[in-house]
Design a protein around this ligand. Structure first.
Ligand SMILES: C[S@@+](CC[C@H](N)C(=O)[O-])C[C@H]1O[C@@H](n2cnc3c(N)ncnc32)[C@H](O)[C@@H]1O
Length: 372
């Protein structure tokens, strides 16, 4: 079988959740009681290890911490066994609201070097989420214990209009961030005042991004801005337009990652297939690819930003909506972001060329010089 460099898989052990976020795109699923049998998750890990020597595993949901420490202790014990048997490397990420991120669960995650992706919006956390003080305390304690943390910061309207303040707040606390602009899906659709306004957002983004480019005191990784600094007009923002992104859902079936397509395209059960390649070669998967190809033909071919984007929407891909209005909105906002990034990157790059390196953020320089 052909050797694949890497596979990134997602495991969603439950769709239940212990937080009532005002914007959640999965909120209608949080009463689902299915939980993924450990044996099915282990079989999925085995298939992934047969597929590639480098397996990235994201534990997601719902709220994955609800499964408790014992579930993950066993999961990681099996990972270690498979890694030794098959000579593969697993890298784990755990996406959580951090409400239960303490005690034995934290011990297990740290012992297995899991990277913690924590959903938390800093000074604007109360706009969308609950129990901010508990979450802050758990983040602080995990940091003291040496956890590798990246904060997933969702930008609702208020936060997006104060993007610079938000960046400075996280920089001061020394926490790496990734920014997730709020998408008008799920519960967010019922909260109009949470939805960011395109022009307001573009203005705030321009200010914050330009500040970051020149922030010589930047001490955190802001992956969103680092990605922006790699945008070029003639080179795709990301080298692929769609990765083989698959998830094992609590119902025990493999699906593409992300609604609504995870509902429409069932790629089988780990127990019933011999290889993950079976998923990718299945008629169901080919139908998904054709569906996405059709969307690209409509949205990408005539788009002025296609050279930079090529359908890897910055904001929300074809995978995550079936509404044409949302896709159009997503493309519009993405084009604005590309314009801001391209213009700002040119100015900053010229500063670098003319010897003004000291006025630039060293993390920005690295990304600005990428592939020039
Ligand atoms: C759905 S949660 C699931 C994992 C886990 N319970 C957590 O809170 O991180 C994953 C991320 O999706 C984000 N999210 C949920 N609804 C969203 C929306 N409408 N737009 C943008 N991001 C959203 C959340 O803020 C969270 O950071």
């Amino acid at each position: 079988m052909e050797e694949n460099n890497e596979i990134a898989i997602t495991i969603k052990p439950t769709m239940s959740c212990n937080m009532r976020c005002r914007h959640c795109f999965n909120a209608d699923l949080r009463k689902q009681r299915d939980s993924l049998p450990l044996s099915t998750a282990v079989r999925f890990l085995e298939l992934a290890a047969d597929f590639s020597r480098d397996v990235k595993v994201t534990l997601h949901g719902g709220e994955p911490s609800l499964m408790g420490a014992a579930y993950y202790r066993e999961l990681f014990r099996n990972e270690q066994r498979i890694a030794a048997e098959k000579g593969v490397v697993f890298a784990n990420r755990f996406t959580t609201n951090a409400l239960l991120l303490k005690g034995e669960l934290l011990d297990v995650l740290l012992a297995n070097d899991a990277r913690l992706k924590i959903s938390f919006d800093g000074p604007f956390n109360d706009d969308l989420r609950e129990k901010t003080e508990i979450v802050k305390k758990n983040i602080s304690e995990a940091r003291v214990r040496g956890a590798k943390i990246i904060i997933l910061c969702t930008l609702a309207r208020n936060a997006s209009n104060h993007l610079l303040e938000l960046y400075k707040w996280f920089n001061e606390w020394g926490l790496d961030i990734k920014l997730l602009p709020i998408e008008p899906r799920g519960f967010a659709l019922f909260n109009n005042n949470l939805l960011l306004q395109e022009d307001e957002f573009a203005n705030a983004l321009k200010t914050a991004y330009n500040y970051w480019l020149h922030d010589t005191k930047c001490q955190i990784s802001c992956t969103t801005f680092e990605d922006f600094a790699m945008i070029r007009s003639t080179q795709q923002y990301k080298p692929f337009w769609f990765r083989r992104e698959i998830a094992l859902n609590p119902d025990g079936h493999i699906h593409p990652f992300g609604r609504p397509n995870d509902i429409r395209y069932d790629l089988g059960r780990p127990e019933d297939i011999n290889s993950l390649e079976d998923c990718f070669q299945s008629d169901v998967y080919k139908n998904l690819m054709n569906f996405l190809k059709g969307k690209r033909a409509v949205y990408c071919e005539a788009c002025p930003a296609c050279g930079s984007c090529n359908g890897v929407c910055l904001f929300m891909g074809y995978m995550y909506t079936d509404s044409e209005a949302l896709l159009q909105r997503s493309c519009r906002i993405s084009r604005k972001i590309f314009d801001i990034a391209l213009e700002s990157n040119d100015i900053a790059y010229n500063d670098w060329l003319s010897g003004k390196q000291k006025s630039l953020n060293p993390r920005a320089i690295q990304a600005l010089l990428y592939d020039r």
